[in-house]
Design a protein around this ligand. Structure first.
Ligand code: BG6
Length: 513
């Protein structure tokens, strides 16, 4: 029996209540649809969680039939499906896929889409529930949203709903994010707007709240009295493969990863307990963290706390890699960072004086994302004469990916006559404890959007406050006379020496991953 007293259980139930609906994907011939969205929907189907009478319509500019579209998607699914590809299951699932050709700026195309959706609803006897997914290039978000409204497709009423999911990037600075938010708000209410941050859909990211608030053990220690500092690392061992250089060079690590994914992880670690698990209660607490970030204004403050860098030629896993400026579609004189490390402070009562060190970069030695919480050392009085290992602090490591899990490093006495100590690891691994792979982030997020649960999506004020902070850094780098330097690191190393020095100034080191 579900335990309705338990708020986590209640959220779970809400999630399983996705109603019949049609998902319309704008930009359906793009990479995201093939690599992530359709495989996610297929895997939701494979788990039996798709709402009944489900349909998905791809909206894009190229001419093609339903059959051709399905065959193309099948190829993508074979490559990218988490649970593999089953012909019979695909055959059933693929009947729910349709293609609608239209220009993004052609109102008639939206009216025709409306007629098609109505026809599906009539045939299936389903309510007109629609989830519009903006997966096109961001410059089309505006016309798409405006024409959805003009064609009257944005109106839910009574028991039918219309929602929009916006892919990242959600703006490139505060100004553009505000403008985009205005455009979205002109078509959809905030409660029907789902801004994707796929890091929030990752299983271990979701587990941070459970770890903190459903266990009595951690929360009493989760403050500046017991925590020395927190590190968040997101390392990637790829560069600009697949033609990504064109986009990336206009964004950089700060905009591409920190403003969204890394800040989301930071808020989950630093937030106060929400009063309940409703989307707004959770997001109210998260936005408070972003607003409490100590601003870094001007080249001096930015230079002292933020390190930016580009990789030079090197090798990752023995494979030679070119430098960032030599990458395909990257400006050979680029001033865009492929790595950034930050020292941040959350100015709240709980976190006073506790640094949060964040680093993210391309062409590092491995792909790994983790959060480590480093506890203060206890007074060593009774063990003053004991042999302590070099690293003796308690560390709680939350591995977001790969090898998702949580490890706690504690000191133990080594067996034997002498009192000498060693750090040991208590380790929980999702794969061995639960015996099954976690769903992909997009599976969870698509299902939540269909079920009307916005908890794992960014709210307007979260996005805008994050940009407000990031804008100051970008300003110091690109619009001042004395910008902080662009540092360098060889591809395949753990980043520039300046990032090590940032921690060394505080007597700390980056955790070895
Ligand atoms: C995307 C960024 O949002 O996240 C990419 O645009 C990055 O640059 C990717 O590679 C990382 O996601 P994941 O899930 O592979 O860690």
């Amino acid at each position: 029996m579900p335990d309705l007293e338990n708020p986590f259980e209640e959220t779970l139930l809400r999630r399983n209540r996705a109603e019949p609906c049609t998902v319309v994907i704008f930009g359906a011939t793009g990479d995201l649809t093939h690599r992530k969205l359709i495989p996610a929907l297929y895997n939701i189907a494979a788990c039996g969680d798709l709402p009944p009478q489900f349909k998905v319509v791809g909206f894009a500019r190229r001419d093609k039939s339903d059959d051709v579209f399905r065959t193309e998607l099948e190829t993508g699914n074979r490559k990218n499906s988490r649970q593999g590809h089953n012909d019979e299951l695909w055959e059933n699932f693929s009947h729910s896929i349709h293609y609608h050709r239209s220009e993004f700026e052609d109102l008639e195309g939206y009216r025709a889409l409306g007629r098609l959706l109505d026809q599906f609803d009539e045939e299936r006897g389903t309510p007109a529930n629609r989830l519009f997914y903006l997966a096109s290039a961001p410059e089309y978000f505006k016309p798409i949203l405006e024409l959805i409204r003009e064609a009257g497709l944005n109106r839910g009423s009574g028991d039918k709903w219309a929602r929009v999911v916006c892919e990242k990037p959600f703006g490139k600075d505060l100004q553009s994010a505000r403008t985009l938010n205005e455009v979205v708000a002109g078509t959809f209410e905030e409660k029907d707007t789902y801004r994707i941050d796929h890091y929030l859909g990752k299983e271990t990211a979701q587990n941070i709240m459970v770890l903190r608030f459903a266990n009595a053990l951690f929360e009493p220690n989760w403050n500046s009295r017991y925590i020395d500092h927190v590190q968040i690392t997101c390392a990637e061992n790829l560069g600009m493969e697949g033609g990504r250089g064109g986009y990336y060079d206009t964004a950089g690590a700060l905009r591409d990863m920190v403003q969204n994914h890394l800040f989301q992880l930071l808020t989950l670690v630093a937030m106060e307990p929400p009063t309940d698990l409703s989307a707004d209660s959770v997001r109210d607490e998260k936005v408070k963290v972003i607003r409490a970030l100590r601003p870094l204004v001007g080249p001096e403050a930015v230079g002292a706390n933020v390190i930016r860098a580009q990789y030079t030629a090197g090798s990752v896993d023995g494979v030679p890699r070119v430098g960032y400026r030599q990458e395909d579609r990257v400006n050979p004189e680029s001033k865009t960072e492929a790595y950034v490390a930050l020292r941040l402070f959350v100015d709240t009562w709980r976190w006073q004086g506790v640094p949060f060190y964040i680093r993210v970069g391309k062409q590092l030695p491995k792909k790994a994302t983790e959060i480590s919480v480093h506890f203060k050392k206890p007074p060593q009085v009774p063990f003053a004469t004991a042999q302590l290992p070099g690293s003796s602090e308690n560390t709680l490591v939350i591995r977001i990916q790969p090898d998702e899990g949580i490890a706690l490093r504690i000191l133990c006495k080594q067996p034997g006559q002498a009192l000498s100590m060693q750090q040991v690891k208590m380790d929980f691994r999702y794969s061995s404890s639960f015996g099954k792979a976690s769903p992909e982030a997009y599976e969870r997020l698509l299902l939540d959007a269909m079920a009307g649960d916005a908890t794992l999506f960014a709210r307007r004020d979260e996005v805008e406050n994050a940009w407000k902070f990031i804008d100051e850094l970008e300003h110091a780098w690109h619009k001042t006379d004395t910008p902080p330097p662009m540092c360098e690191y060889p591809a395949g190393s753990w980043g520039p020496k300046e990032a090590d020095e940032l921690l060394a100034q505080d007597g700390r080191v980056w955790r070895l991953l």
